[in-house]
Design a protein around this ligand. Structure first.
Ligand SMILES: [Zn+2]
Length: 365
């Protein structure tokens, strides 16, 4: 028995490494490992470098390609070590050098579009059509401060969401966020197609460390275990220290005005309702915008660059206090109605839409 993905073929019980050809360019090829396990199981895609400057994810998947063997795997494991090769070679900030687009905002892609649209379409056509599960490994870009967490899809049928939540709960991070977004992101679109999918976030400032890479590798192995794709006694040290809490909703705040940004907190820190999270100033040092927490929250990630362009993400924070109840299975619907827009709509347009109107923001000053 064999499995063929584009120009690469792997036989059952074997591992193959090589470059995947892209149909629309000769310039870029995707580093890939295919592992066909000894035992039966699902077909799973794990990738890094959808954002090419998020190095924890890239090194995580590259390392998994070296360390995992067919005897560890049940089913077929597709590892794409780096997706946005084009941006990586040009050392861009997570956009393709060819057209300046963010790959994680263009799904489902377009075979007649520009480079990044075609890359998204390639993933959908060649990869998403073959897989049962999807694990997308990211971290904070050079302008982002980030506390580890994991997204899972909640945008498709109930069964897909249920499996995606189980995947998220296998990661050793403090929080998981269920995303209702249906398009834009690779994992979001995979969810629409009925593929249980997660996006792991660990590391920030565009930096990476061996510790973060190893932690993300452990999370990927534990997620693979949870879906019956991995069974190995070579990794007995993969112990999950905590089950992530469900962050019932999150606020995604974009910069209504561009300027010089002074964040007041670090990712992972908590804030009280009304507490100042950051200040935007003009080039004379005048405050032109204040961002305050609407409710008690924890900061998931935030922009830390001094320069912040208008309509780009500033800060994402989530509600956490009542979320503890979710783990106990106690139903509650606090704020759910009021904040329904957060996950349903705002995240869907994350990066392209302001959460608060300018008037709203200025009223804080
Ligand atoms: Zn990313």
């Amino acid at each position: 028995m064999s499995f063929t993905l584009c120009n690469l073929t792997v036989e059952k019980g074997q591992k193959v490494q090589g470059y995947l050809d892209l149909p629309f360019t000769q310039e870029d090829k995707l580093p890939c490992t295919l592992i066909y396990g000894d035992r039966e199981g699902p077909t799973v895609l794990v990738d890094g470098g959808i954002h090419n400057a998020e190095y924890v994810g890239i090194e995580c998947v590259t390392g998994l390609g070296r360390m995992l063997e067919p005897s560890d795997i049940k089913g077929i494991l597709i590892l794409i070590h780096l997706v946005n090769v084009n941006g990586f070679k040009a050392r861009t900030v997570s956009v393709s050098a060819a057209d300046g687009k963010n790959l994680n905002r263009v799904f489902p892609g377009d075979p007649n579009g520009t480079y990044t649209d075609k890359l998204a379409y390639f993933m959908e056509k060649e990869l998403f059509s073959r897989i049962d599960y999807y694990i997308d490994v990211h971290n904070g870009d050079w302008f982002e401060d980030l506390s580890p967490f994991i997204y899972c899809v909640g945008n498709g049928d109930e069964e897909t969401t249920r499996k995606a939540v189980l995947m998220a709960q296998a990661a050793d991070v403090p929080y998981y966020v269920v995303s209702k977004s249906k398009q834009g992101g690779a994992y979001n679109y995979a969810g629409v197609l009925g593929i249980p999918s997660v996006l792991l976030e660990r590391g920030c400032f565009g930096l990476w460390s061996p510790e973060e890479v190893m932690a993300s590798q452990k999370d990927v192995r534990n997620i693979l275990r949870a879906i019956g794709a991995f069974d190995s006694d070579r990794f007995l040290y993969d112990r999950q220290n905590r089950i992530p809490r469900h962050m019932t909703h999150a606020h995604y705040i974009d910069a209504a005005i561009g300027g010089c940004w002074f964040p007041q907190k670090r990712a992972g820190q908590v804030a009280d309702a009304g507490e100042l999270l950051g200040v935007m100033k003009d080039h004379f040092g005048n405050t032109i915008l204040e961002i305050r927490a609407e409710e008690p929250c924890i900061i998931l990630y935030q922009t830390i660059s001094y320069s912040v362009p208008e309509n780009t993400p500033l800060i994402a924070y989530g509600h956490y206090i009542d979320c503890v109840d979710d783990l106990e299975g106690q139903a509650h619907d606090h704020h759910h109605q009021a904040h329904e827009h957060d996950l349903e709509e705002l995240y869907e347009n994350q990066g392209s839409q302001s959460v608060l109107s300018v008037d709203n923001m200025l009223s804080h000053i």
